[in-house]
Design a protein around this ligand. Sequence first.
Ligand SMILES: *Cc1c(COP(=O)(O)O)cnc(C)c1O
Length: 242
Amino acid sequence: MSPIADRLAEVHSRLERAARECGRDPATIRLIAVSKRHEPAAMRAAYEAGQRDFGESYVQELTQKAEVLGDLPDMRLHLIGHLQRNKAKQAVRAASAVHTVDSTRLADELGKRAAPVAPSRAFPIGGATSDKLVVFVEVNVGEEPQKSGCRPEELSAVLDAIEGQPALRLAGLMTVPPYTDDPTGARPYMDRLVDLRDRHGGPGRLPEISLGMSHDLEQAVFAGTTIVRVGTAIFGPREPVR
Ligand SMILES: *Cc1c(COP(=O)(O)O)cnc(C)c1O
């Protein structure tokens, strides 16, 4: 096995252990391999080991990887970094899902720009695929000034804006909790996101929670996440931004 296949297997066992520990079915937790600032070859190795969902933070990098890896017909790219409205058109051409909708204006722009997603690249929500662009609302639950994401009190308007766009499929909520060395420190923020979900329609309206990274994925599973976004634990450390 390649080192990446080994590490991917290790992440799956961490997820399974955590799910067992809190009585959840591991099949209800999906893994996005965060490949930002890693080479397409590393993504190919993960793909060969069965991984299909990949997360990218920058629109330009996502677009380039979509091109270089265009021969992998059922690979899905998720945009997990902040999206500027003037890049929405570029993003929707290559992404199966956008996890970072944080304003009504961005929701409107994505709705206007979204093109039908090919069936092989559609990310299923609630067991069903459609040709709509799957979107999540990013909420800044820690209310950290340097972070993107809407404020909790703006959430309702952003959700309504998404539901007003026929080309978008509302999947759920996403956040990056404030960093703490001890992953249990992130737990109150994770619980806050799940609580927001429950106060804005619950799993019927918002079936997915996108939460949990390399160092805190167990805590995210305990909090009830349905999607974890894991980079370092699969691909190793990233090149610094130049
Ligand atoms: C980079 C990134 C991740 C993955 O972080 P790791 O610590 O490498 O697992 C997850 N989510 C977002 C939004 C990221 O930018």
